[in-house]
Design a protein around this ligand. Structure first.
Ligand SMILES: [Zn+2]
Length: 54
């Protein structure tokens, strides 16, 4: 288990060890869906609000 910092609320977000770039995780603090944009270093970015899931 590893963690990355939520770009919105700056709390730690748990990311699965077997996650890959472009996988999605949800911040447990602000419930925002985040995309893994880089693994080294582990970096998260908030998904665009324009792209609502179908
Ligand atoms: Zn957050």
């Amino acid at each position: 288990m590893t963690t990355a910092v939520c770009p919105l609320c700056h709390s730690d977000v748990i990311v699965d060890d077997e996650a890959y770039e472009h996988d999605l995780v949800t911040c447990a603090n602000c419930m925002t869906d985040l995309e893994i944009t880089s693994l080294t270093p582990l970096t998260l970015a908030a998904l665009s609000e324009d792209e609502s899931p179908a």
